[in-house]
Design a protein around this ligand. Structure first.
Ligand code: KG4
Ligand code: ZN
Length: 352
């Protein structure tokens, strides 16, 4: 007989934007199964996510995706363990920030399953979920780390001391980094999603072609990207024959310069043991190379999540949900969703 206790197994659901995702995670650290269905093709022709289409697609996809995640963990569609597999101990779902109609689909399904299976429900802040991407992939990671969380909606610098213990050090004062990539890509007619398109085109351009402004905001770890976006628009309008790859490369260089400098400043200020990148923009090839190079220069480990862990997935929600359950217990059956849920300073994100 094994003396090891059975792990606490969490089914997690993520539907905050345009990915329908479900995963099974043991003890907040081991990803047993993870399924992600992206709606990117559905929204591409509109040049951005259409909220109502996203909710409808989540509704159609959610149960097949949950079933696939359950089967991948040796559970039947009713959550019952087959052949000695570990049973579920909780169901977690993202409850904000995100698109309300999309969040409602995942949270409603998660609560219903938790109630039917008589296990706790845990509501998870999507931003807190992103913090666990590197922890899931690099269990040896030493804390505290500085996490640069760069997604379509957020740009945050967070010190993570341990699960549930965070300090918010900086945030964008206007556009998120991903939003700037998306807006500049749209202006340059590079399509949607804009980040990967700029990343691709920038490889053919010269990053020193245009010296776009960097908003250093001296003495602060906050960011600002809207001035840069305006500078790109003004420059292209004044120089209509300029090469698009040169503009893309110069813009990307300006964003990455600021992101990397402020992240390493934060690590120095706080005496961090490492740096983690998280969120969709963490897939950016220049950001990854520059962060690694800067880490090597000062002897700090830099943890780069795999592309699948950069973008939205449910495994990270399962990890955050597990640690939230340990610290705070289950969320109430009356828990709602919140489109603009923030990431609170000094400690707990605003999920309850
Ligand atoms: O984290 P995420 O998948 O969704 C949100 O929660 O927002 O991030 C999506 C964002 C989009 O703005 C997308 O353009 C950007 O991440 N992104 C990139 C790259 N891949 C995705 N930005 C720059 N370079 C990339 N390679
Ligand atoms: Zn995200």
């Amino acid at each position: 007989m094994s003396s090891q206790a059975a792990p606490l197994r969490v089914l997690a659901i993520e539907t905050s934007c345009d990915e329908t995702a479900a995963a099974v995670v043991d003890d907040g650290r081991i990803v047993v199964s993870s399924v992600v269905s992206s709606q990117v093709d559905l929204h591409a022709r509109y040049g951005g996510v259409v909220p109502e289409l996203a909710s409808r697609a989540h509704l159609e996809l959610i149960l097949p995706i949950v079933t696939e995640a359950l089967e991948g963990a040796g559970l039947d569609r009713r959550g019952r363990p087959l052949d000695g597999a570990t049973g579920l101990g909780a169901v977690a779902a993202t409850i904000g920030p995100g698109l309300v109609g999309s969040l409602l689909v995942g949270a409603s399904v998660a609560k219903s399953l938790a109630m039917a299976w008589r296990v706790p429900f845990v509501g998870v802040n999507h931003l807190e979920g992103h913090l666990y991407a590197s922890l899931l992939e690099q269990p040896e990671l030493e804390l505290p780390v500085i996490v640069l969380l760069v997604s379509g909606g957020h740009t945050l610098l967070i010190e993570m001391e341990g699960p549930g213990r965070y300090h918010l050090l900086g945030r964008t004062r206007d556009d998120a980094a991903g939003e700037a990539f998306d807006k500049v890509a749209r202006f340059l007619d590079l399509g949607y999603p804009g980040g990967p398109a700029i990343d691709r085109v920038a490889h053919e351009g010269y990053p020193g072609a245009v010296n776009f402004p960097r908003a250093w905001l001296d003495g602060s770890l906050d960011f600002s990207f809207s001035g840069l976006k305006t500078a790109v628009v003004n420059h292209v309008r004044a120089n209509p024959d300029i090469s698009t790859p040169d503009v893309a490369a110069s813009f990307q260089q300006a964003v990455v310069d600021v992101l990397v400098a402020k992240t390493f400043q934060a690590a120095e200020d706080r005496g961090a043991r490492g740096i983690c990148l998280a969120g969709g923009v963490a897939a950016n090839s220049l950001l990854r190379v520059r962060a690694e190079r800067a880490g090597a220069a000062v002897g700090l480990p830099v943890y780069l999540p795999s592309p699948a862990m950069c973008t939205d997935n449910a495994a990270m929600i399962g990890a955050a949900g597990y640690f939230r359950l340990l610290r705070h217990g289950p969320s109430g059956w009356g828990t709602g969703v919140e489109a603009g849920m923030g990431f609170e300073a000094e400690g707990e994100p605003a999920a309850s």
